[in-house]
Design a protein around this ligand. Structure first.
Ligand code: ADP
Ligand code: MG
Ligand code: ZN
Length: 602
């Protein structure tokens, strides 16, 4: 019987009882209109005016010789004859009277009982009803111990490896897992110990969650997924019970995949919490470890987990027999980006002239999620422009939107400010174009976008994993060129360069302290960054060098910046007419790109 049935039955029962009880009360009230005292009854009997007495429990119904009826009551449980005798009625006087004893009806006494319990019943019923309501609704108030793992059963159309691109190595490693889930016997016959846990590591948005589902989709097995933060609850001990529940469910459905997303929420170094060692997170983590160890070798449950912070995970999670496989999902390279673009472009009509290869080239550093949102932005833009297909122009604009935020055409900029911004951006563009270490300039614009008043967009030739010192030095010059142009043209400086300066300083400092690119200090690193788990990033930087070295670092940083600034100034001085031309053109057309821009540099 379903709980729904029970609930409805209960409600009907309660209603019936209420109605019956009310009816009973009204009925008995009407029959006991004016009970006369028993002494009056005794007097009547002595006077010979009574012909019949009907006894029903404590109620007496007396019929007079005149035919009239009255009602009276006696003590409950007392014997009527005894009571009357006490009141001076003799046996002879009773002889002419019919005394009928009627046992009180079952129905009536039941009703009496119910009616006295009525308030209690009402409250209880209401409570029950509320509890059911709470459970059946979205509110989980009464079900906090149950795991929130969702089941994606295999008959649902799920994601497959086809839908994930740009992570070929990861796919290869995970296809081993798929094979195992499909044919476990093949492996166990050779005595191979099956990996129990796979940890997927990588920056946010590069497809870890997607990959987890794709493995389940490929293997066509059920997929139980829960996010680490869902284990951490208001109630102590709930996390651990959720883990137990989740694995219980998984074992009943094996072969299957248990996917713990964002495992860093529970899997941090134990004992790292500020609240002492017995914290909730730790219990949950312990329970995960216990469950993973508890699998028999023939349980085909594979635990997959994802995190973007493998560095803070508890070492116990990573030892063999637990999450011993690590699969790295990194940001996609150019070909990868193109493949991801193609995946997400499916179902979106693209105009014939669009070239996703060009877009892939323009988007180094984009994650899969960025690319997805890029295509979505492009589709929105195209729709707002009432187009039937997405054109190259929309895609380009979407790239800029994702990088720098939407254009802010409404921002009012005075002509004087426009002059300054134009010269500033022209300075960036010119210096970047003339230094070999800088990426080619793709676009210059003085339309405000996001927080920036104008921007110069360089496009790397290709993804780069190593950078030379000379390249960094050129980059620094490019960053400082905006400020240098302002100085050169207006002999004054503005606040417009503050974020350029910040980036330049950061880069110069990294060159000295992290990359060992200062000759004076040699190939050493300085400062030991220890990310304290609960104190946030970089608060805990430890200084492992002397005051003297600190001074030298500052000097070196300053030297790099000054030299870059001088380089920028020199280039701009030598090309001052070009700078002025470019700025003038920018004020006129607001943004320049492609061949037009190249013509200006020639
Ligand atoms: P993560 O879990 O690593 O933070 P997700 O798996 O949630 O990232 O990715 C978010 C979205 O980005 C996915 O739903 C997918 O649409 C897109 N995406 C990310 N990486 C890829 C990829 N390699 N191939 C295709 N789409 C991707
Ligand atoms: Mg994710
Ligand atoms: Zn600038």
């Amino acid at each position: 019987m379903s709980s729904r049935w029970i609930r409805n039955g209960l409600i009907y029962l309660i209603i019936t009882v209420i109605v019956a009880a009310l009816f009973y009360n009204v009925y008995s009230a009407s029959t006991s209109l004016s009970p006369v005292p028993i002494t009056t009854v005794a007097q009547d009997i002595r006077d010979g005016r009574v012909s019949k007495i009907l006894v029903s429990g404590e109620e007496l119904r007396i019929t007079r010789t005149s035919g009239a009826e009255v009602i009276s009551r006696k003590e409950p449980g007392a014997d009527l004859t005894q009571v009357l005798t006490n009141l001076g009625v003799t046996q002879e006087m009773l002889n002419g009277i019919t005394i009928e004893i009627q046992s009180p009806s079952e129905w009536g006494s039941w009703l009496a009982i119910f009616s006295s319990f009525l308030p209690l019943l009402l409250i209880g019923g209401l409570l029950l009803f509320m509890m059911r309501q709470a459970q059946s609704g979205n509110s989980q108030a009464m079900a906090f111990g149950k795991s929130r793992a969702r089941v994606f059963s295999s008959d649902q159309p799920t994601v497959t490896f086809e839908d994930v691109a740009g992570v070929e190595e990861a796919k290869q490693e995970l296809s081993e897992i798929v094979e195992f889930l499909q044919e476990p016997d093949k492996f166990s016959a050779l005595g191979a110990r099956i990996p129990k846990g796979v940890l997927m590591v990588g920056p946010p948005g590069c497809g870890k969650t997607l990959m987890g589902r794709a493995v389940a989709g490929e293997a066509e097995v059920p997929f139980f997924s829960i996010s680490g933060s869902e284990f951490v609850e208001m109630f102590v001990g709930v996390g651990a019970s959720r883990v137990r529940d989740l694995f219980e469910q998984a074992k009943q459905n094996c072969p299957c995949i248990v996917f713990v997303d964002e495992i860093d929420a529970v899997g941090r170094h134990r004992g790292a919490g500020l609240g002492g060692s017995h914290d909730e997170r730790e219990q949950t983590l312990n329970q995960i470890l216990v469950e993973m160890d508890g699998f028999d070798t023939d349980t085909n449950v594979i635990v997959m987990a994802a995190t973007n912070r493998p560095d803070i995970l508890d070492p116990a999670l990573l030892r063999p027999g637990r999450f011993d496989r690590r699969v790295v999902l990194d940001l996609p390279d150019r070909l990868g980006r193109q493949a991801i673009l193609e995946i997400h472009a499916k179902g979106k009509p693209l105009a014939d002239e669009t070239d996703l290869g060009v877009i892939a080239k323009q988007t180094p550093g984009f994650s899969g999620a960025d690319i997805e949102s890029l295509l979505n932005e492009a589709a929105i833009l195209a729709a707002r422009r009432d187009k039937k297909a997405i054109e190259m122009e929309d895609l380009q604009e979407a790239v800029e939107r994702v990088i720098a935020g939407p254009e802010r055409k409404s921002r009012l900029i005075s002509d004087e400010e426009k002059e300054i911004i134009a010269h500033h951006e022209a300075g960036h563009a010119l210096v970047m174009a003339s230094l070999p270490g800088c990426d080619p300039v793709h676009k210059v614009s003085i339309v405000a976008r996001g927080m920036a008043l104008g921007y110069t967009m360089p496009i790397p030739e290709d993804d780069r994993y190593l950078k030379q010192r000379s390249k960094f030095e050129d980059e620094l010059a490019g960053l400082l060129a905006g400020r240098a142009a302002e100085e050169l043209v207006f002999e004054d400086v503005t606040t417009g360069a503050s974020s350029d300066l910040e980036r330049a300083t950061l880069l110069a400092r990294k060159m000295v302290t992290e990359y060992g690119m200062s000759e004076k200090l040699g190939p050493l690193t300085f400062g030991h960054k220890q990310e304290l788990v609960f104190l946030g990033k970089e608060i805990g930087e430890q200084r492992n060098y002397s005051e003297d070295v600190a001074r030298t670092i500052d000097e070196e940083v300053r030297r790099l910046i000054t030299e870059a600034h001088e380089t920028a100034l020199r280039i701009l001085r030598e090309n001052k007419d070009k700078l002025l031309d470019l700025a003038k053109k920018l004020i006129e057309v607001e943004s320049l790109e492609g061949p037009e821009l190249e013509a200006m540099f020639a």
